[in-house]
Design a protein around this ligand. Structure first.
Ligand code: CDP
Ligand code: MG
Length: 697
């Protein structure tokens, strides 16, 4: 294994070297208090963060500028400290609230609990958080609120000027998620009506100048000549100097064919050869993370080298609270923590104690092709900017090392300098409906930080029109359009819920919607594939995955929501509890918009029709006598296949509808249901007149 690395390929770069001044910060208050430190010790920890030196400057800039752009290395204290400084300076007085947005839900939860700990309060009181389907805030008490950018957008539907907030900090702006971009465009508009509102745009790496230019460019509005306006409209830019340590970069000599295996070997190599220090491995998603953990656990057990002492933990969205806490809790003496993460640990979360980073060079990214109207999640190469961020995570507490599972030549020549904003590589159906619901009619003329491709916009308008959400003038229809916009799910799911009302199967469709809005209800894991498949067979319905979900839900209720039952059936207990919670909230929302709860009992035909009414655009057919399992999309004649995780894998009914696509060697349909093609004309005549339905006839 040792020849795996190019010896001496050390690149002293990235961050300032501060050898000698190594300080090991305790990573959480609970650990500090358990060994008898009091409040002062947290104060000390806070004061050691790089951002502390800038406290006065930040408060001054926020006071005097409408927008302040703050750039600072990950871990410098932006997210956890700035909202507290603002509160201490009185920005939450008089019942006002300081908001801090994050693109990721897990980051919202983790940061809120950290800040609550630092302030010695309970989450949900002075410090609260809101993510979709989870609200831990208190109307009277919450002064600092962490939330996803998507939730803040939704709040605008009820309160377009976001009047309860005094300061809104749009954090992780460099990630350029769709919601962040929409939010930036809308906040710029709000600023014109609210001179009391302050914005902070913060991130680890941002083209501060272009962001500043975006906020400064105002169509047709200028301050009076020679008059100093307060707040000043020109954004202030503040750069927080980090104090990371030097990180040596190592590349593989030859390209690796299996990054899961390569990651496992590298972790074991580090553990065998390198001094203590935790390891952070960047992979792409729950599936390869679980696979890596399984393999690493096995190899660590069988390896002759000393591989005891490894604590192996996953980090991805959808982890339970307890699992999250393990990741953030300090590593016991004599042990080495290995955290296997998605790119959430790239800039959103800081883990103390990381000295070694293993970077697969990939992440899961959304890609959308407006021509074929296909969007899928693809494991794709990261950008150079991301690779640098990942490496930087190794230099947090002392000089570290980063092992890149790709060659130096690949890094230099092949991967792009920056990522593409999500807005420019996504299906825009949800984005368009949200803007419409907020009364933004001229979507193409909207002031975007990065303009979306017009073809994607047109596709989105077309789909919304055929869903009956938009009318001929591209305005929201009443009531359908407004109802669809009201449900915090993708418009196709919302439409499916509305149709279930007419079809008399709202109980079933709400269950299905809840299941579709979480990642997976199965316990994944290589090795036990056979048992998992057998468990699936117990619930499998001939109609497809959606009906299978109903069987599982029924079984879970009959077991009295037993964790033992879940365990026995390879079902993720935590995910099922989440399904119950989401379902309850969806039921409330549905009833609010006038949907009557009704069960169709065993009539699965109406359930399939309701799914078709929402997802008709995802219809596919298999050619007669096709043995290959190949399907074609009705819309664009694209080749797609049923994902092996589907209960319809190898069953191959002639006509199906899928919920989403994932792309690996092929385009795979996930969550598939069989349909009768005549329903397509019934539920979406307009759509299918335009797109010939030859195979039906
Ligand atoms: O936002 P930024 O990346 O600048 O830093 P931060 O998230 O505010 O983190 C500041 C410090 O708080 C770091 O030293 C983290 O290790 C610590 N922190 C933590 O221990 N646990 C968390 N859940 C979040 C932050
Ligand atoms: Mg942060």
């Amino acid at each position: 294994m040792s020849q795996f690395w190019k010896p001496g390929a050390e690149k002293p770069r990235l961050l300032d070297d501060e050898e000698g001044g190594v300080v090991f910060l305790s990573s959480s208050l609970s650990s500090a208090s358990s060994i008898g430190y009091g409040y002062a010790s947290i104060e000390k920890q806070r004061q050691r963060l790089p951002v502390y030196k800038y406290r006065t400057a930040i408060l001054y800039l926020v006071e005097t500028h409408a927008t302040t752009i703050i750039v600072g290395e990950t871990g410098s204290g932006k997210t956890t400290q700035i909202p507290q400084y603002l509160k201490e300076a009185g920005w939450a007085d008089g019942g006002r609230v300081i908001a801090c947005t994050q693109p990721r839900r897990l980051a919202v939860q983790a940061v809120a609990s950290r800040v609550a700990e630092e302030m010695g309060v309970k989450v949900g009181e002075e410090v609260g958080y809101t993510i979709r389907f989870e609200d831990f805030t208190n109307k009277d008490l919450t002064a600092i609120k962490f939330l996803t950018d998507g939730v803040l957008l939704r709040e605008m539907m009820d309160d377009p000027l976001l009047t309860k907030y005094s300061v809104i900090m749009v954090d992780e702006a460099h990630e350029r998620s769709i919601s962040t971009d929409i939010l930036l465009g809308l906040l710029k508009k709000i600023q014109r009506c609210r001179s009391d509102l302050r914005l902070i745009i913060s991130s680890a790496t941002i083209e501060a100048k272009s962001m500043s230019a975006f906020f400064h460019a105002r169509k047709g509005r200028r301050g009076l000549e020679g008059v100093e306006l307060v707040p000043r409209l020109e954004p202030a830019i503040l750069s927080v100097e980090g104090r990371g340590f030097n990180v040596q970069i190592h590349y593989v000599e030859e390209p690796v064919s299996d990054y899961v295996q390569a990651a496992v070997s590298t972790v074991l190599l580090i553990h065998d050869k390198e001094p203590p220090g935790d390891i952070l491995v960047f992979l792409t998603g729950q599936d390869d993370i679980d696979a890596t953990i399984q393999l690493l656990t096995e190899e660590a057990r069988t390896s002759k080298k000393n591989s005891s002492g490894l604590i192996i933990l996953p980090l991805y969205s959808g982890l339970s609270r307890a699992e999250q806490e393990q990741v953030f809790s300090p590593t016991p003496r004599g042990k080495r923590k290995v955290v296997i993460s998605t790119n959430i640990a790239e800039t959103s979360l800081t883990l103390e104690g990381i000295v070694y980073v293993v970077d697969s060079g990939f992440s899961k990214q959304r890609f959308y092709n407006p021509i074929s109207d296909i969007e899928n999640l693809v494991v794709a190469p990261i950008s150079k900017a991301s690779a640098r961020q990942r490496a930087g995570r190794a230099g947090r507490v002392r000089p570290g090392k980063c092992y890149r599972l790709y060659t130096e030549e690949y890094f230099v020549k092949e991967i792009p300098a920056e990522g593409i904003p999500e807005m420019q590589r996504s299906n825009l159906v949800s984005c368009v409906i949200q803007l419409k619901a907020l009364g933004i009619d001229n979507i193409l003329g909207f002031d975007w930080p990065a303009s979306p491709p017009p073809e994607a916009m047109i596709r989105a308008l077309e789909v919304l029109y055929s869903l009956g959400v938009l009318d001929d003038d591209a305005k929201l229809t009443s009531p359908t359009g407004f109802q669809v916009a009201e449900i915090p799910l993708e418009p196709m799911i919302s439409k499916m819920i509305l149709s279930s009302n007419e079809l008399g199967c709202s109980e079933e469709i709400i269950t299905i919607s809840a299941v579709l809005s979480i990642q997976s209800i199965w316990v994944s894991g290589r090795g036990a594939q056979k048992e998992l498949d057998e468990a699936k067979l117990r619930f499998a319905a001939a109609e497809g995955d959606h009906v299978t979900f109903l069987n599982i839900y029924k079984g879970f209720l009959q077991s009295c929501k037993s964790s033992h039952w879940c365990h026995k059936n390879f079902i993720n207990y935590h995910a099922m509890k989440k399904v119950i919670e989401i379902r309850e909230q969806l039921r409330r929302i549905a009833q609010r918009i006038g949907i009557v709860m009704k069960s169709c009992e065993s009539d699965m035909q109406v359930v399939r029709k309701a799914v078709t009414a929402g997802f008709f655009a995802n219809a596919c057919y298999s050619e007669a006598y096709s043995q290959s399992g190949m399907y074609k999309t009705v819309r664009g004649s694209q080749e797609v296949y049923i994902h092996p995780s589907s209960v319809l894998f190898r069953v191959n009914p002639k006509w199906v509808i899928y919920h989403s696509l994932v792309s690996t060697d092929r385009q795979y349909m996930r969550n598939v249901i069989s349909i009768d093609p005549s329903w397509l004309l019934e539920v979406a005549p307009h759509f299918y007149q335009q797109h010939r339905l030859n195979p039906i006839h």
